[in-house]
Structures are given as C-alpha cells and as structure tokens.
Design a protein around this ligand. Structure first.
Ligand SMILES: [Fe+2]
Ligand SMILES: [Fe+2]
Length: 245
C-alpha cells in the first residue's frame, strides 16, 4: 500500500514536471499541435542528432574534458540509458507482434515504438560521441524486453498497458534522477547543455507513454498492483546492473 502511494505520488510529481516543461516548450514551438497522441512536430533537442545538417558540430561530435569522477558518472548514465532504450524497443516489438491483428492497439503501440526508435538512435550516437563502453547485457536487454512485451500482451491488452505504465514510470523517474546525477558536468562544453535537454525530452516522452497506458486502462489489468510491482522492481534491478556492466 505504502509503495503504491509513493509510486503514484512520484508519478504525479513527474507528470507536473512534464506538463510545466511541455508548456514552456510549446511557447517556443513554431508548429501547430499534431493530431497524433504524441508531440512529434516540435523543435526538439534530439533533432541535433537526427536532423542536423552539421554532424561535425562540437555539440554532437566531441566530449568534454572532465575529471575521472565526472567521466564515470557520464559513462554509467549513457550506458544505462542505451540499455534501457534497447529494452524499450524490444518490449514494444513484442507487444506489436502479439497485437499485429488488432488495428487500434497495434497503431497505439506503433506510435510509442516510433519514439523509442528515435531514442535508441540518439543514444547510440551519444555512446559513440562520449566514447562510452556499451553494456555487456545488451542481448539480455533485447531478450528480456521482448519476453516482457510479448508475455504481458498475451495476458491481455490491459496487462500490456500495465507493463508500459510500470516500465515508463521507472524510466521517467530514472531520467529525472539522472538530470541531478549529471549536474556537476561543465556547462561550458556545448555537448553538456544539449545532453541535459535530450534527457529532459526523453523523460517527457516516457511520461507521455505512461499517460497513454493509463488512458488505455492499464489499471484495469488483473492483479495490476502485483504486475506493476514485479515489472517495476525488475526494471530497477536492470538499471543498477547496466550502470555497472
Ligand atoms: Fe525511450
Ligand atoms: Fe517509452
């Protein structure tokens, strides 16, 4: 009961952070709102990696000269982020495979999966830019992600949404915590402010996925509390493992 109350209050805090952030971003947005669930037509920090006409710009091609402690914090952060995005892609792949004949659910999952594809694309580039060793658990992340996505989807649509809700809660919180963990990095190197903005953007995307899962009756899944606890705890263990190896 306590864990559930803590989880929902931290989710409310994160949702408020996302709404504030989205409101401020929409002030700077030059395009009209999309008809899709997801905001795909804003000017985004990740565009520097996905749409840039200057791949040699220092902000996307160089890494800061930092202390060993800062380097190890940056390494752990990017290693776990890349692993998390690998797992997220395979979770959605598993769900998509199971719902391939259910047009509405398939399209809903596809929308979120498309954003995860962008996330892994950017994380792969950040990993190379900052010369971070990838986790040795990448294959386990793929297999575990697929099994989790397909397994919950085979249980029911609501269970698949409960899986998304639990995973995105942990990942949204993880990205939020990470902004504090990399606070010490020097702002005078152009890659650092960009990295912070990318992490904020991805945190907001993950929280949009969480909201979509809740809107699609995640909390009606049988044994919702138990499922959320198991999936959430598994994600937290995976995060700690991938930081280290
Ligand atoms: Fe993601
Ligand atoms: Fe996500």
């Amino acid at each position: 009961m306590y864990a559930q109350a803590t989880r929902s209050s931290s989710r409310r805090l994160l949702s408020s952070a996302r709404r504030l952030n989205s409101a401020s971003r929409s002030l700077h947005s030059t395009t009209a709102a999309s008809s899709s669930h997801l905001s795909t037509h804003r000017t985004l920090a990740s565009d520097a990696y996905t749409k840039s006409t200057d791949p040699d710009a220092p902000s996307v091609s160089t890494t800061p000269d930092i202390t060993p402690e800062q380097r190890s914090a940056l390494d752990a952060a990017l290693r776990v982020d890349q692993a998390g995005e690998i797992a997220a892609n395979w979770i959605y792949m598993g769900q998509y495979a199971v719902f391939s004949r259910d047009k509405n659910t398939r399209e809903l999952i596809k929308e979120m999966w498309e954003q995860e594809k962008k996330h892994i694309n950017v994380m792969d580039k950040l990993q190379v830019q900052h010369r971070v060793r990838p986790t040795i658990l990448a294959d386990a992340a793929r297999a575990g992600g697929f099994l989790l996505g397909a397994g919950t989807a085979l249980m029911s649509r609501e269970a698949a949404m409960a899986c998304t809700e639990a995973v995105e809660t942990v990942i949204g919180e993880h990205y939020d915590d990470q902004l504090k963990e990399i606070e010490d990095l020097p702002n005078d190197h152009p890659s650092v402010p960009l990295l912070r903005k990318v992490i904020e953007e991805f945190r907001d995307d993950e929280l949009e996925h969480l909201d979509i899962a809740v809107e699609n009756y995640a909390q009606r899944a049988p044994a919702h509390a138990l499922l959320s606890t198991i999936v959430g705890a598994g994600c937290k263990v995976a995060i700690e493992l991938c930081k280290r190896v």
